[in-house]
Design a protein around this ligand. Structure first.
Ligand code: 8YV
Length: 312
């Protein structure tokens, strides 16, 4: 008999068909009354397939008494209640490494866009404004000071790319990373004060909630651009919006927000702000690699009892 797996929301078609070939899949999003469905059928499921977007909270985990494993499509697992999973001895996998390059590529794209005004200049041409005059001068990017918040896999990939732009890189993390060839800045506020570009690459979750606080944003100041490719929760969004509308920082480029897909509309008219719909890992190649890894984790768990990329 195929292991019965609860799929929380829609996933990539290729992942859905791979999962359906190996497992007995049920899509919870199809249920008009998911809670009622789980109360009746929760004990049928031994696995969950989910994504960073849909997660798996404690209520869901508790509603599945035979649950053994959660396969997460995404490197971030802030929407999965790891404590609840640990308490129940439920294994959890994510999709690290395969998305690092694409996320770091997009971070560099955002850094250059917000410095040089790429998106704004594109709008300028489309509006026909070029016929009436020149686009305003922007800010040089090469050779500037880059602060990285969170020097994990993605943070390091950003630093590697920044070296190609002759940037001076410093970082902040929970602690100094012995082998990192960049200067560690124990105070995030000091890093922001020093940096001309501050890029957020720290994992989401309770430990990093509003890490980029009002003070940090104010320390970044008028010369500073903020780029976020991690999670909206890491930034005090209200403080950021205040600083942008009050022109107290130079600009921001954001791929993630506090309450996606809602984006503060007061930012829409601002040309020094780049707004993206959470697409950092969104290439065909990377999303397929994430799909393969999600599937292979679940298959390996049920065939050999081992996850390939375990979180718990
Ligand atoms: C999303 C991401 O997972 O990997 C992550 O943590 O944020 C993205 O890659 C993807 O959009 C699916 O939710």
């Amino acid at each position: 008999m195929k292991p019965r797996i609860l799929q929380i929301g829609r996933l990539m078609p290729s992942l859905e068909s791979a999962l359906a070939s190996e497992f007995d899949i049920h899509l919870l999003a199809n249920e008009a009354d998911p809670k009622g469905y789980l109360a009746k059928h929760g004990a049928e499921f031994v696995g969950v397939a989910t994504s960073a977007r849909f997660g798996a909270d404690a209520a869901l985990i508790d509603a599945l008494p035979k649950l053994k494993v959660i396969g997460n499509f995404g490197v971030g697992f802030d929407t999965i209640d790891l404590d609840a999973a640990r308490r129940r001895g439920v294994a959890v996998s994510n999709t690290p490494d395969v998305l690092t390059d694409c996320v770091a590529d997009l971070a560099l794209g955002l850094l250059i866009d917000v410095a040089r005004g790429v998106s704004a200049a594109d709008r300028f041409v489309r509006r026909g404004d070029w016929l009436r005059g020149a686009f305003p001068l922007a800010t040089r990017f090469s050779g500037k000071r880059l602060g990285i918040v969170g020097l994990g896999r993605i943070g390091r990939a950003i630093a590697k790319r920044a070296a190609g732009f002759d940037m001076e890189t410093r970082y902040h993390d929970r602690a100094q990373i012995a082998e990192a060839p960049f200067r560690f800045e124990p105070s995030l506020t000091e890093l922001a004060r020093w940096a001309e570009f501050l890029v957020v690459a720290a994992a989401g979750g309770e430990q990093t909630r509003k890490l980029i606080s009002r003070d940090v944003i104010e320390a970044l100041g008028e010369k500073g651009f903020l780029v976020n490719i991690s999670r909206g929760s890491v930034v005090d969004q209200a403080a950021l919006v205040d600083a942008l509308t009050g022109k107290r920082i130079a600009g921001a480029a954001l791929d993630v927000f506090e309450s996606e897909p809602n984006v503060p509309e007061v930012l829409f008219p601002l040309d020094n702000v780049v707004l993206l719909p959470h697409i950092a890992s969104g290439t065909q190649e990377t999303r397929q690699a994430m799909a393969d890894l999600t599937f292979n984790n679940l298959r390996s768990f049920f065939r050999d009892g081992k996850l390939l990329t375990p979180v718990v």
